[in-house]
Design a protein around this ligand. Structure first.
Ligand SMILES: Cc1ncc(COP(=O)(O)O)c(C=O)c1O
Length: 507
């Protein structure tokens, strides 16, 4: 009995999973200069290590800092490595059969792109299940690669039946010949980094590294790199970066935040994946959206590195951690994915301003720009209860004459909006039906301003650059109930601008 408990103890389970040294290795020649590749998957890995110049200097960092440019992988991210490795392993074991098997995977997008890339080259049908938070750019890339997409609610906990994990597991049982490679429980995830990413970093720096900093998602990167680095360069400090709102850095930071949902994609989880070995991580740094996205934009602007948001988290974490290093020491920060994934997100000034991640642009020549939004400026909207039917919502929308309806919970607080455009997309593109619940037709991510925060017409104008309408709400300070007030379209804004201009001109 005691043996059985020991066999299944957490320590033993981690030890068995991370028996990386004993697993079959695939170590590529450490050279990018192969004249011709037999196929694009062969070009995965051997990414450049680039010395950073401006940001470390501006931040007063004394050590040398280097960026491992994983965003230059063929699919645009570090996850190409694990996707290809899991496919090769499953093919070798006879689990995946080219032309027959169907790959089904829950991912935050990049593993999906890696798997869709491998599927395109090797001839698999590929179904990717990803949360709604993930960018449309990732979805469009997946579709272009021939993958089928299923979106799931961002707020669903990992063990909720509607989460991307649970939906993928269910589909893998229902679909004939489906194979779930399962990056969270597949040792090939850390192994790809043990054999590839870490070998390359050590090769580039002649086995002399003082610190490596990586964001943690499935944590395959930080754990796999950490294992190899601990073997070959024991002095090296391994740093994991985990966003507030995630529990990977537990228990130290578990209860220090009320963040529920964060914008940076690809890092952080609400469960501990098997692919995480906390034992090789010396230090955790908690990151937040604002500093991460600001840093990602600096990496692009100051260093010319066309990376994504989690690269900003890793770099911001690296700056904090590298302050303890001296001149001549070496710190490597890993930049996981590519700007392509975020062209309509943090790359856009309007997107950053709408979320208060950067100050609203000042347009002094427009006298109305800083005028506050008032209740009488907005077009009124109707509300429907979350338990109404989509048909009822559609009829109410038509009757209201406004472009949106607010969907409210039992307390009358706005939980989303209903629009004809979104309803059409659900019926046409996702084979939805009006017999489904209204929840399926409710848009949870929409642009809004809160009158209690005194938004300006300038802010509404910036939001209308990237959205067809802006919902206006009023939040009660004690109950936090968000009462719907109305909506702004470009037409309403033009009316407000013209009224304000007349008032200012005294006409
Ligand atoms: C953009 C991005 N950054 C970081 C990570 C974290 O990598 P890992 O899952 O190896 O922890 C991921 C993983 O999907 C990612 O997509």
């Amino acid at each position: 009995m005691s043996n059985h408990v020991e066999e299944n103890s957490t320590e033993n389970v981690v030890r068995k999973f991370f028996n990386l040294k004993e697993m079959p290795h695939i170590v590529k020649p450490l050279d990018r200069n192969q004249k011709i590749h037999p196929h694009i998957l062969n070009a995965i890995g051997n990414t450049p290590l680039v010395k950073l110049s401006k940001i470390p200097k501006d931040e007063g960092i004394k050590c040398d800092m280097y960026a491992k440019c994983e965003f230059l992988n063929p699919g645009g991210s570090v996850k190409d490595r694990i996707a290809y490795r899991m496919v090769l392993d499953a093919e070798e074991k006879g689990i995946l059969k080219p032309g027959k098997s169907v790959i089904v995977e829950p991912t935050s997008g990049n593993t999906g792109i890696g798997l869709a890339l491998a599927s395109a080259v090797r001839g698999y049908r590929c179904i990717i299940v990803l949360p709604e938070k993930m960018s449309d750019e990732k979805v469009n890339t997946l579709i272009a690669l021939g993958a089928e997409i299923i979106r799931t609610p961002t707020e669903a906990a990992w063990n909720d039946p509607t989460s991307n994990l649970m939906v993928a597991h269910r589909l893998s049982k229902e679909i004939p010949d489906a194979v779930l490679l399962d990056q969270y429980n597949n040792p090939c995830n850390p192994l790809a980094h043990y054999d590839g990413t870490a070998e390359e970093i050590l090769w580039s720096l002649d086995d002399d590294v003082d610190m490596v900093v990586m964001g943690a998602g499935t944590s395959g990167t930080v754990s796999g790199v950490g294992h190899k680095i601990k073997e070959r360069c024991p002095k090296c400090i391994v740093v994991g970066v985990d966003p507030y709102g995630s529990i990977l850095a537990q228990p130290e930071d578990l209860n220090k935040t009320d963040v529920q949902i964060y914008e940076v994609e690809g890092i952080g989880y609400d469960f501990l994946p098997a692919s995480l070995d906390r034992g090789v991580i010396d230090k955790w740094i908690k990151s937040e959206d604002h500093a991460s996205l600001e840093m990602a934009r600096r990496l692009i602007k100051d260093e010319g590195l066309l990376c994504g948001g989690s690269s900003g988290s890793a770099m911001w974490g690296a700056i904090q951690a590298a302050r303890s290093l001296k001149e001549g020491q070496k710190c490597v920060v890993l930049l996981p994915d590519n700007i392509r994934n975020y062209m309509t997100k943090f790359i856009s000034d309007q997107w950053m301003e709408a979320r208060n991640f950067q100050p609203l642009v000042v347009k002094e020549h427009l006298p109305w720009w800083s005028k506050p939004v008032t209740e009488n400026m907005v077009q009124s909207i109707k509300s429907v209860s979350h338990d109404s039917s989509p048909s009822h919502a559609l009829a109410t929308l038509k009757e209201s004459g406004a472009p949106v309806l607010s969907v409210v919970n039992d307390k009358g607080s706005v939980i989303g909006v209903f629009t004809a455009d979104n309803a059409r997309k659900r019926l046409v593109n996702l084979s939805g039906s009006l017999a489904e619940s209204l929840e399926k037709f409710t848009v949870k991510k929409f642009y809004k301003v809160d009158l209690t925060l005194k938004p300006t017409l300038g802010l509404v104008s910036r939001m209308l650059d990237i959205a067809p309408h802006v919902v206006v709400v009023k939040t009660d300070a004690s109950t936090h109930i968000e009462t719907p007030v109305g909506v702004f379209t470009s037409e309403n804004l033009l009316t407000s601008i013209s009224t304000e201009s007349k008032i200012m001109n005294g006409s």
